[in-house]
Design a protein around this ligand. Sequence first.
Ligand code: 4AZ
Length: 246
Amino acid sequence: IFGGLKVAPGALPWQVSLQVRPKNSNLPFKHICGGVLIKSCWVLTAGHCIEQNKDMQVVMGGLSLNTEEPTEQTIKVAEAIVHENYRETTAAVYNDIALLRLSGTDGVCANETQFVKTACLPDAQLPDGMECKIAGWGVTEDAQYGSNHLLDANVLLINQEKCTEPRVYGRVLDNTMFCAGYLQGGADSCQGDSGGPLTCQANSTNVIYGLVSWGDQCGQKNKPGVYTRVTRFLNWIKTKTQAAAP
Ligand code: 4AZ
């Protein structure tokens, strides 16, 4: 996160760290992406965060990546479901969304606490210019390998036509994505924040409106962060999370 501040305990209880290691190894798990808890056994993340032939786990309820905190819950990923139309080109990433089914029994995986809670899905489009929040352990202006402490920053929802202008991203942007941040440069998501939440307050409820997806560098003028438009995937999320239930 560029232009971020340290998150306080319990402030973003749906934020997760997605971590991987080579299959069947004893190497330490490494943070690769963010994610967001939407149900006890389901985490939403970006499609480009899924690495095949790796063991995956999620850590939730923690703020620091290099210390084990008593508030943390670590759960193995049983299955990763990448969107059927996920596609990466040199210009953009399309349908950049995936679901992680967590391991557990009888539909209980994450336990709800003050530090671990699900986020709501959005039910409507939100207005341009609205202030929303991004968070993650990714690259900052001072830390090129990422931040040990969870950071967050406020960003503004950017008009789709504005973000499709040639000087911004042009026509590679489609309706499964939206831009947020500042066209003059400033607060932004960056590498390692991918898959993490962009949350907005709608009717005094936090909704997971976007997932960190891509962008041309970080914090640069006319190159705001691009987010997966979660409202376009509500049916997909519903279908997949219901189909695999016991
Ligand atoms: C990345 O490399 C990445 N500024 C993520 C987000 C942004 C740029 C790059 C947005 O994963």
